[in-house]
Write a protein that binds this ligand. Sequence first.
Ligand code: ZN
Length: 258
Amino acid sequence: MEQLFVYVLSAILGLMVGSFLNVCIYRIPANVSLWWPPSTCPKCKTKIKFYDNIPVLSYLILGGKCRQCKEKISAQYPIIEAATSFLTLIVVWKFGLTYWAAVALLVTYCLLVLSIIDFQHFIIPDRFSLGLTILGLLVFFINPAFTGNITAKFIQCFIGGAVGFLGLWMLAIFGSLVFKKEAMGGGDIKLLAAVGTLTGLGGVISTLMISSFAGLVYYGTLMLLKKNPQDKTIPFGPFISLGLFVNILFPNNLMLLY
Ligand SMILES: [Zn+2]
């Protein structure tokens, strides 16, 4: 019963955070303050009332349209809110009510926002990649990916970050061979440093494997559908994020392969 209560609260928290993540996804690439002005309809500029801003529910009640001008509201809003709620549940289910769960949630939220931004604008804002790298360095002592005494843990965290940063060039070479163009940018390099400080050397290798595989499957599918992805810039942030998320949930999963 108590457990159920925790999950219901987590789901609601996720919906509310998801609402804020929508603001981040929309405003960070546009360089607009996250806190001001309040949300308005992009067409008629009417301020959105709090009761029309309830995650998922308002979208369904309003039939996906602005209450005033009936302009269509992007389905991205309720989808991000539902996805954030779902991801919050997964993290709380996995780590319970622990300090590490709070860290994992923060990482998850950042990954979701940066993935969508990278997918839409082909940039990974530094505040995410560098912020997550620093976060990893700050919380290494409670990170379940690292073992041994506190010095050993810090060394694993630091080596992970350094190798993540350098490992990018290996993947860049691999990517340029496969796609015949530069596959990764500076944003990806910095994000892999974060993978390192948050999941260690094994996490970097595992993340590179997962993200390369997911990326190849994704672009292979696009090519089969004749969408011709070679003409487009390739966002790799979403795939690195997927790999990092898997490694946050299942630290040291490379060991399991043996
Ligand atoms: Zn409107």
